[in-house]
Design a protein around this ligand. Sequence first.
Ligand code: HEC
Length: 140
Amino acid sequence: MRKFVLLSLAVAMCVTLGFSGAAMAQKKHAPKHVWRAMIGGLSDIQSITAAMMVFDMKRALQSAKELQAREAYISKMEQLPETVRKGHGVVATAAAKLVAAAEAGEEQQMAVALGEVMRACNVCHFERRDAERRKKLKKK
Ligand code: HEC
């Protein structure tokens, strides 16, 4: 019984620390809704890739539409800095091409457009997020 209480306490501590850690990270980094949207974008890219691999155009189209709408929404949020809005605008434009290709059932065009989406995500990560990470990578 004592063991169980101690274990529960330990779990509770970890959960609390974990949450406050995430909260701190969010304060320091991207606003919470933008961060969440990027996780959503990642999930969409995964779904689209999976759907393309089995030629499920309906599902690919649905996820592409969600991605496009979300990125367009972020790109219009006035409270965000101009560069952030612009970056997400580029993602939204690439996602619109993906939607069009999925609607037409053109898998080759979809692959190109999906590449453009990932490039648009990555341009911003490269410029704004990963400079320090790259430096550390080179040292190793
Ligand atoms: C305008 C710039 C910008 C664009 C566009 C952008 N990101 Fe990000 N992304 C960032 C920044 C900055 C962070 C780090 C945020 C933080 O630390 O809170 C980040 C963090 C993330 C994370 C969390 C991992 C981490 O390092 O914190 C994921 C996943 C992610 N982005 C996916 C994407 C995907 C997928 C897209 C495209 C659909 C995308 N991002 C587009 C700037 C961007």
